[in-house]
Design a protein around this ligand. Structure first.
Ligand code: GAL
Length: 863
């Protein structure tokens, strides 16, 4: 007989399915536990009404409660459209292996509703598919619906068509906006309900977020902003998801919505009610990158410090933003100027490799925190002073359960403190974790995890690719080109008086907008062309010749020679990702807003701004869809490939083999777009270099991190390598299409693959033994070397037990060195996939120096 299913919203207090030992650890706050809701599925089976319940998520002042149990949760952001469905399983698996129990993602409105009422939940945008991958892995989900998401995503996730709804004003008390926001939010919630994805229905979603950091900017919207925020809260609550709602960076989030913290540190944050748990929705693991910016790097010792401080001081939910950053494919990057790579220096790199030692050190941290969970869920911690810059926090029931965190917040000096009669050494800016209040199992500044030789896990060139059976061959002989026409095309251009704002004109259908005009002259003359632009970038052509380019906004000046007669002026203005953050960000304009010709001799000026200009949205190549394999006859085969010429489309084929992640090295190109087999890889702009200064060869983890600290890649292209997902490649010929705006040499393009070539470890005698292998190491510090599933350790570039110096890739011996260091590690490791090296005199069968703290440093080659 058919099941009759009906859903109803009930607000009931459920019996806790208490774990043994739970009862009796009650505290005052728990008594005020708020049960947010429970969705019950009532099924009539064979005439008997059976109540099929999903789980229950609620919260109190200490933690989220899942099925009545307070939980310590560790979460990581993975944004589904920033990788491919073929990558999702591996990414989520690595997140789970790294010790996470929650995956956080935004929902990207403009990806799902490219045209009003036309939806796309396919491929990379298969939200349900992604959540099911997380469910399969038995992890929870924090679904950040927004629908404003920021996220360095085009227009902060809003569809650009929203801007054209009459009378609309975004993120304020505006009826047309609220109607659209409610419609999309409800659609997402309904979709989740239909797929039974809320925890209350047996699914993985334990939390949902409405809006995003509105509290950062709401003052700009005045009273209407406050009204909007309350409306958003009520609207969300009215959707009856059965799980708690959160608002991040919203100090006045109305009950029962939980306000959460975003930032590099959140240990000092307190929610706006003692009935709400202390939650951290964005712990930035690095930072995003801009074209023209340096490459950000956040040391893992500092991330671990921030996380340990948070749990030390009462936090119970923490999320890494990002755990996997991935790629801004196509035109999805926000901006302006966000790079195509959204690597973020996250624990999983752009291509899905573990970014070591970040991933491994955080995994060890998570194991330590999880050992403390029985104590952490008891009640708020008690502080103990340990020194002027040192403090500890204890979680205990006063009997058999006790966990402690000991912190040294001094940015310079190590400290030795006494805690419960025992002495503990605390490196500067570090936290030690003692799950039994006695033994240190982890210190945030002592990294046991191995590191990779190169930050991108080893990127090598063609010759070495062969050895990994990753063979990429560009068929250099066969290039085809298409010359993009300059300026307007009669069939699709239009004329308007004055200079039009770009986004209102293109509706973001394309990055490109041509502004064309002609200037009549009596005689030849030298002029300066002064162009004011709101950005984001501009190329100037006069009489079909490329004159120069500019990026960013402001006034730009170009010298030019005008001929007697008619002169053709074609200005190509382009957006590089629409603004995604700030008050009224949706109204920020782009494009040219003033054009003046200044006579070089007389200094007299002629303003062209209010003339009738001819406009052309987009490129001919875009209209022809040259990036598709559609048998387009517009292509011309060439023997000599034109190079360093502007406005050319290039096409060639290549073959691919192997399994490692593929990168396209476009260092030889200028600026444009690139496609592989019709898939949009994104914007490239290798010509845009990061500043010469501001990078540091050494990076001190001690002291508060900020996004420019420890940056790298100065003076080099901000992004020269572009991710080509494996699943976009096929056997046989693959098609590569590039559009180059300024000029480059496509014959110099390279394919690279990314894999680990060597791994390093450096572990001191003072380190805590590895949590995952205490038995094997017999409670002694240990270095572990792992080359991954299909490689073995083929040799050592360096091995020294003693006082080695330097970092991975540049280790050197110190004054103390055990002569048999290499022999011992070779015996333990050669020919193996992975091996463990104990940092002790026993293991090395000698003591190379007495009364000195020794460490082991190794660099192993993986083949
Ligand atoms: C936050 C925002 C995120 C992201 C982050 C920086 O303010 O909530 O969406 O933009 O900054 O990466």
């Amino acid at each position: 007989m058919d099941k009759m299913i009906s859903t109803s919203w009930v607000s009931v207090r459920r019996e806790r399915r208490g774990r043994g030992g739970e009862a009796g650890h009650d505290d005052e706050r728990r008594g005020r536990s708020i049960v947010v809701g429970l969705l019950m599925v009532v099924a009539a089976v064979g005439g008997v009404v059976v109540v099929v319940e999903g789980g229950n998520v609620s919260y109190d002042g200490r933690a989220l409660l899942i099925d009545g149990q307070r939980r310590v949760l560790i979460s990581g952001s993975i944004h589904y459209p920033r990788s491919t469905p073929q990558m999702w399983g591996d990414l989520v698996g690595k997140a789970k292996d790294g010790g996470l129990n929650v995956i956080e993602t935004y929902v990207f409105w403009n990806a799902h509703e490219p045209k009003q009422g036309t939806y796309n939940f396919e491929g990379r945008f298969d939200l349900v598919g992604f959540l099911n991958v997380v469910k399969q892995a038995d992890l929870y989900v924090n679904l950040r619906i927004g629908p404003y998401v920021c996220a360095e995503w085009n227009y902060g996730g809003f569809p650009v068509w929203l801007h054209f709804i009459p009378g609309i004003a975004f993120r304020t008390n505006n009826e047309p906006f609220k109607a659209e926001m409610e419609r999309f939010t409800s659609k997402v919630v309904e979709m989740m309900k239909e797929e039974k994805l809320f925890y209350s229905q047996g699914g993985p979603i334990i939390l949902a977020q409405i809006e995003n950091e509105y509290g950062n900017i709401d003052y700009s919207y005045g009273q209407a902003g406050k009204t909007y925020m309350k409306w958003a809260a009520e609207m969300a609550l009215g959707l009856n998801t059965g799980v708690p709602w959160i608002m991040c960076n919203q100090a006045d989030a109305p009950d029962p919505i939980i306000n959460t913290c975003n930032g590099f540190y959140c240990d000092s944050f307190e929610p706006n009610s003692n009935k709400k748990p202390k939650m951290w929705t964005e712990n930035w693991t690095g930072w995003f990158q801009n074209f023209g910016g340096r490459r950000p790097h956040r040391p893992v010792e500092d991330i671990a410090y921030a996380v340990a401080r948070f749990y030390e001081k009462g936090g119970t939910f923490q999320n890494y933003y990002m755990y996997h950053g991935g790629t801004n494919f196509g035109r999805s990057a926000g901006g302006p100027y966000i790079t195509t790579s959204y690597d973020y220096d996250a624990p999983l790199d752009e291509f899905g490799n573990v970014n070591q030692p970040k991933w491994g050190h955080l995994k060890d941290l998570h194991l330590a925190i999880q050992l403390c969970e029985p104590a952490l869920v008891l009640q708020a911690p008690t502080r103990v002073g340990l020194g002027s810059m040192q403090e500890g926090h204890i979680y205990t029931n006063g009997h058999d359960i006790c966990a402690a965190f000991l912190a040294n917040i001094d940015t310079k000096a190590d400290a030795t403190v006494t805690f419960r009669g025992l002495s503990y050494h605390l490196p500067a800016w570090s936290v030690s974790i003692l799950p039994d209040c006695k033994k240190v199992v982890f210190n945030t500044a002592q990294v046991n995890a191995q590191s990779s030789r190169l930050t991108t896990s080893g990127v090598v060139v063609d010759e070495e690719l062969q050895s990994r059976k990753n063979i990429m061959t560009l068929s250099k002989a066969a290039w085809e080109i298409y010359q993009e026409p300059l300026g307007d095309r009669a069939e699709s251009s239009f004329s308007a008086k004055g200079l039009l704002e770009q986004i209102n004109t293109t509706k973001d259908d394309s990055d490109y907008l041509w502004y064309s005009d002609s200037v009549a002259m009596d005689s030849n003359g030298n002029f300066t062309l002064s162009v004011s632009s709101l950005g984001h970038a501009l190329h100037v052509f006069v009489n079909q010749k490329y004159l120069g380019s500019a990026s960013r906004s402001g006034q730009l000046k170009f010298p030019l020679l005008l001929n007697s007669g008619s002169n053709q002026l074609d200005l190509l203005s382009m957006t590089v990702g629409l603004q995604n953050y700030g008050a009224f960000f949706d109204t920020w304009g782009a494009g040219i807003n003033d054009v003046v010709l200044i006579d070089a001799k007389s200094g007299g000026s002629h303003n062209l701004s209010s003339e009738a200009w001819i406009y052309q949205v987009g490129l001919q190549g875009e209209t022809l869809r040259l990036y598709e394999d559609n048998g387009n006859s517009k292509w011309t085969s060439v023997r000599e490939v034109p190079h360093h010429q502007p406005m050319i489309w290039y096409k060639t084929t290549f073959t691919a083999d192997g399994n490692d992640p593929v990168l396209l090295d476009l260092t030889s190109m200028g600026k444009g777009r690139v496609w592989v087999n019709g898939e949009d890889i994104g914007r490239h702009w290798p010509e845009n270099l990061s500043p010469e200064g501001g990078c540091s060869s050494t990076c001190a983890y001690q002291g508060a991190y900020y996004s420019d600290k420890c940056a790298t890649n100065c003076g080099k292209p901000s992004q020269s390598r572009y991710h080509v997902p494996r699943s976009w490649l096929k056997d046989g010929d693959n098609m590569l299409v590039l559009f180059e705006e300024i000029g480059g040499d496509p014959t110099q393009i390279k394919f690279l693959t990314s894999f680990v070539t060597s791994v390093c470890a450096r572990v001191a005698q003072s380190h805590a033994p590895p949590l995952s292998a205490t038995q094997f190491s017999d409670n002694r510090p240990m270095a572990r070397i792992d080359c991954g599933i299909d490689r073995v350790i083929s040799g050592f570039r360096f091995a020294s037990y003693g006082t080695p110096q330097g970092a991975c890739g540049s280790f050197s011996r110190g004054g103390c060195h055990a002569v048999n260091s290499l022999a011992v590690v070779e015996e333990a490791c050669l020919g193996r996939r992975a091996c463990s090296l104990i940092v002790s005199n026993d293991f090395f069968k000698q003591n190379p120096c007495t009364n000195v703290l020794k460490s082991l440093a190794v660099e192993a080659v993986c083949k």
